[in-house]
Design a protein around this ligand. Structure first.
Ligand SMILES: NC(=O)c1ccc[n+]([C@@H]2O[C@H](COP(=O)([O-])OP(=O)(O)OC[C@H]3O[C@@H](n4cnc5c(N)ncnc54)[C@H](OP(=O)(O)O)[C@@H]3O)[C@@H](O)[C@H]2O)c1
Length: 326
């Protein structure tokens, strides 16, 4: 079978696409025929050896998988060959077939296509866990989403609206902000001029946002500390800017605000019931057409390295998906 292989840590253009042996499931695993695999920022860090865990080369990147079960291990009872499933794993998905733990595989709504299913669990799972469990976002609060046209960001915009918040989407270009408006943003901010905090204050009568969703880090995080409301929550989602910020915690004291960590991948293992409940709600909202992954570009398996290059170049709007088979 064909797979994208990372033979040594490095940028996406060092990945190769080649034939590798077809994997076999162990007793608690399933083998999946991959139909589509979402591209996520962590993929671009994992292949460089810069993520919070290290995969040892050679390995196949790609973690957000939608496909059909081909084979189940002896102890797997809740799945069988032919089931359509989605799953999130650390790596392995940019391939025609993959073996994954059965317990992490979930069926997805019948009216969701494989391409959408490969753009769904990471973005919406992360953002709903962040807004629901971590920020406890309430109706009528103001939610500011940074990197709002990115994968997790655009999901946060839609979910903020589902939860009854006023949503301000912030991104680096007007083209990106147009997409945010289409996905429900009440107001938008172009932060390419470096004036995020002034613009947030102007839109909130000087008070600041109640919840700030930050997948970017760097200077935008520093500005967030100056435009968070009293009792506000700043969600630490990630550092797409490449800079992990340090906080002057006196500013947290002055606003009585919280800097709240979010690690959705680990929460799935530690709080599986809450994760399942979250996905039940997400499936309901999908069925009601209140959330819909925005897949802006579809790539073939051979083009997976280009998809990662586009993400690093900040070109992705919504989600990029690698389609492995029709
Ligand atoms: N905590 C968790 O559980 C969790 C789960 C999933 C992902 N994440 C993290 O969330 C972050 C976003 O992931 P994603 O898959 O949504 O990525 P994405 O689609 O590429 O979105 C990231 C956004 O960050 C902004 N950005 C600013 N500087 C950038 C730079 N130098 N390079 C690339 N983007 C830059 C871009 O928006 P503008 O151009 O508009 O600024 C971009 O749309 C990553 O750091 C990822 O590791 C965390």
């Amino acid at each position: 079978m064909k797979a994208v292989v990372c033979k040594a840590f490095g940028p996406p253009d060092q990945l190769v696409v080649e034939d590798v042996p077809s994997p076999s499931p162990r007793e608690t695993e399933v083998k999946i025929a991959v139909h589509a695999c979402g591209v996520n920022f962590p993929d671009t860090l994992i292949i460089e050896g810069k993520y919070q865990f290290r995969a040892e080369p050679p390995f196949t990147p790609g973690g957000e998988i939608a496909g059909e079960v081909l084979e189940v291990g002896e102890r797997v009872k809740h799945l069988r060959a032919g089931d359509r499933v989605m799953t999130v794993v650390p790596y392995g998905g940019f391939a025609e077939e993959v073996v994954v733990p059965a317990m992490g595989c979930f069926p997805f709504p019948k009216d969701m296509e494989y391409t959408a299913a490969a753009a769904f669990p990471m973005a919406y799972g992360t953002s709903y866990y962040a807004l629901n469990q971590r920020a406890q976002l309430k109706k009528d609060e103001t939610l500011l989403v940074l990197g709002a046209a990115g994968g997790v960001g655009l999901a946060a915009v839609e979910l903020g609206k589902c939860m009854g918040a006023r949503v301000i989407a912030a991104a680096s270009s007007d083209e990106k902000l147009e997409i945010c408006k289409k996905h429900g943003a009440d107001e938008v901010i172009n932060y390419s001029d470096g004036k995020l905090k002034d613009k947030v204050k102007a839109l909130t009568a000087g008070q600041g946002a109640d919840v700030i969703y930050d997948p970017v880090g760097g200077d935008l995080f520093q500005q967030s500390l100056s435009c968070i409301n009293w009792n506000g929550r700043i969600l630490v989602i990630g550092f797409a800017s490449g800079t992990i910020p340090e906080a002057a915690v006196n500013r947290a004291l002055l606003k009585s605000c919280s800097i709240v960590g979010v690690f959705w991948g680990a929460s799935m293992m530690r709080e599986p019931q809450a994760n399942q409940d979250n996905f039940a709600q997400l499936d309901t909202w999908f069925g009601e057409h209140r959330i819909q992954p925005h897949v802006s570009k579809v790539y073939s398996l051979d083009q997976a390295p280009q998809a990662m290059l586009d993400m690093v170049a900040r070109k992705a709007i919504g989600k990029l998906v690698v389609k492995v088979r029709d």
